[in-house]
Design a protein around this ligand. Structure first.
Ligand code: NAP
Length: 259
């Protein structure tokens, strides 16, 4: 299926690895021009080179921390406008809320709520003027199914989800959709880090922790990043103009509910 977005320009944040990179790969396959962003230059440069090898349109990279104003300014100085934006950054650390000071909360809010809002604020009016825009926020299944110890993530991302739910209703008539994708357990470095932390906490072997998680999952496997990228590319496609203000849970059915 042709997604109808060849020649569009996309900003993909957090895109040197994991889910962001998978979104960049899927958009590159559709002929979308890319600007990929991450903080660490070497892997970002490598990701851009690998994407370029298979891309039909230019691939640019900007090493920047999207959680900071300086980082975002660096991106928009080089590339002022986009048709598609995927907001994404690393998730906040797990822990006990009794240990979290105001600064801990502010860091989580900066990365996972205020940064995507600032990026949307910068780009959305231009998208509406041009009559086309696709904004996809990578959040977490923890927005829907809270996990003990992940309160920083759930709190910040629920704030973002609530904000964009309202905004999306005011942009869609001008061709701009805003949606969130909520990953469950996708096989990325971040998830491997979570398994390692859990293994340490519980005095278990990492492989045993991973296998136990898979055994409890209805799909009996982890999600593949390319499955995430494909869903993201569809939400960014010309066909998805009537999908708006939604939070799409991609968890292989792990969240147990009728609706
Ligand atoms: P990942 O494999 O660790 O990749 C994260 C990517 O984002 C890297 O390219 C990283 O590069 C970049 N990044 C992190 N912080 C950044 C920042 N402040 N500014 C710019 N780039 C940044 O993580 P992932 O598994 O793809 O997860 C992506 C998001 O989904 C995270 O917020 C995570 O919490 C959430 N999530 C993931 C899962 C899962 O199963 N994988 C489940 C639920 C939620 P640098 O470190 O070089 O910046």
């Amino acid at each position: 299926m042709d997604m109808g977005i060849a020649g569009r320009k996309a900003l993909v944040c957090g895109a040197s690895a994991g889910l962001g990179l998978a979104c960049a790969q899927a958009l590159a396959a559709e002929g979308v021009e890319l600007v990929i962003v991450a903080r660490t230059e070497a892997p970002l440069r490598e990701a851009a080179a690998a994407l370029t090898a298979n891309a039909r349109a230019p691939v640019h990279w900007v090493a920047a921390d999207v959680a900071t104003e300086v980082g975002r300014a660096r991106i928009f100085a080089a590339h002022p406008s986009f048709d598609i934006v995927i907001t994404n950054a690393g998730g906040p650390p797990p822990g006990d809320f009794r240990q979290w000071e105001r600064e801990t909360w502010i860091a989580a809010l900066d990365a996972n709520m205020l940064a995507p809002i600032a990026i949307i604020r910068q780009l959305v009016d231009g998208m509406m003027e041009r009559g086309f825009g696709r904004i996809v926020n990578i959040t977490s299944s923890a927005v829907k199914a809270p996990v003990d110890g992940l309160g920083l993530s759930t709190g910040a991302r629920c704030g973002l989800t609530g904000f964009v739910a309202g905004l999306a209703r005011s942009t869609v008539a001008r061709g701009v959709t805003i949606n969130n994708i909520l990953p469950g357990t996708f096989d990325t470095a971040r998830l491997a880090g979570n398994f390692a932390a859990q293994a340490k906490r519980e005095g278990k072997d990492v492989q045993a922790v991973r296998e136990a998680r898979i055994a409890k999952h209805p799909a009996r496997r982890l999600g593949r990043p390319e499955e995430f990228g494909a869903a993201c590319a569809f939400l960014c496609s010309a066909h998805a103009g009537y999908i708006n203000g939604q939070s799409l849970l991609l968890d292989g059915g792990s969240f147990n509910s009728v609706f």
